[in-house]
Design a protein around this ligand. Structure first.
Ligand code: FFO
Ligand code: ATP
Length: 230
């Protein structure tokens, strides 16, 4: 089900459309294994596209993206924001971390993310975590879900419905399936080349409320309700 389309950046990117389901037919079976295999292939091609970006372009697009995050009302009103440190040429949000908000970042411990406060003026140094990603110091103060106003979510790609493709660890899906976290406004952070019409998704995939790219902020579109034959 992979199609190659010409994106705005003149790269050929695979777009995955769901199975064509004629009226009166039952839903075509798509196994979990098939969905995971599609994700592996998409991860590979989208990471290659992102990491092929020239560093100057990466900086310029990251800055434009930060500008759009700053214009987003829930962010403007937020006191405490969850964010991430850029890895593998993810958009770099560092300019935002100087804004007067309480910032928190994930530290991976087994299957969970522990959220710790950090700011450029923090007395706790960052350290490198198990995936080679900068993480806050384990002794820096932790943040509870009740304190959080907005979650900036890293992704390899997002689709217009808010489905997200990550590195395959399931960290955000697990977190966002927990009722303590699931009601907090989320915004996926990707470059425009990774905002896709449709991503394959598994039953455990949680949708994000909004997507931000260097072009702007896009509220996620509702999924089309399935047709019911009576
Ligand atoms: N900047 C940033 N920080 C983040 C995340 C992120 O997406 N971006 N995470 C978001 O969750 C968490 C880290 N999650 C990760 C999960 C898996 C891999 C990883 O290296 N995966 C293997 C493949 C694993 C598989 O396919 O089973 C790889 O990519 O080689 C890296 C990070 C927490 N911190
Ligand atoms: N709510 C959950 N409870 C338990 N396991 C989960 C949950 N959500 C996801 N997982 C597991 O985590 C893995 C997530 O795989 P998937 O390919 O969807 O990752 P991803 O969303 O791309 O990665 P990530 O969230 O780390 O960036 C799957 O193996 C799945 O079984």
């Amino acid at each position: 089900m992979g199609y190659l389309v010409q994106s705005q950046t003149s790269r050929l990117l695979p777009i995955f459309y769901g199975p064509f389901v004629p009226l009166h037919s039952s839903i075509a079976p798509v196994t979990s294994a098939e969905i995971q295999a599609q994700k592996v292939e998409l991860r590979r091609s989208l990471l290659r596209a992102r990491q092929g970006m020239h560093p100057d372009q990466w900086r310029e697009k990251s800055d434009r993206l930060c500008h759009h995050v700053q214009q987003w009302q829930p962010f403007q009103e937020a006191r405490t924001v969850l964010a991430f440190f850029s890895t593998r040429q993810e958009p770099d949000l560092m300019p935002l971390f100087h804004l007067p908000k309480r910032w928190a970042f994930p530290r991976c411990e087994d299957q969970a993310m522990i959220w710790h406060e950090w700011s450029p003026r923090s007395r706790y140094p960052l350290q490198t975590g198990s995936f080679g990603i900068s993480e806050p110091h384990p002794l820096s103060p932790t943040i509870t879900p009740q304190q959080v106003d907005v979650i900036l979510v890293p992704a390899i790609a997002c689709d217009v419905r808010g489905y997200r493709l990550g590195y395959g660890g399931g960290y955000y899906d697990r977190m966002l399936s927990n009722p303590l976290w699931s009601g907090i406004p989320t915004i996926g952070i990707v470059f425009e080349l990774a905002r896709l019409p449709q991503l394959p998704h598994a039953p455990w995939d949680r949708r994000l409320g909004n997507i931000c790219t260097e072009v702007g902020v896009f509220p996620s579109r509702p999924t089309t309700p399935s047709l019911k034959m009576t």
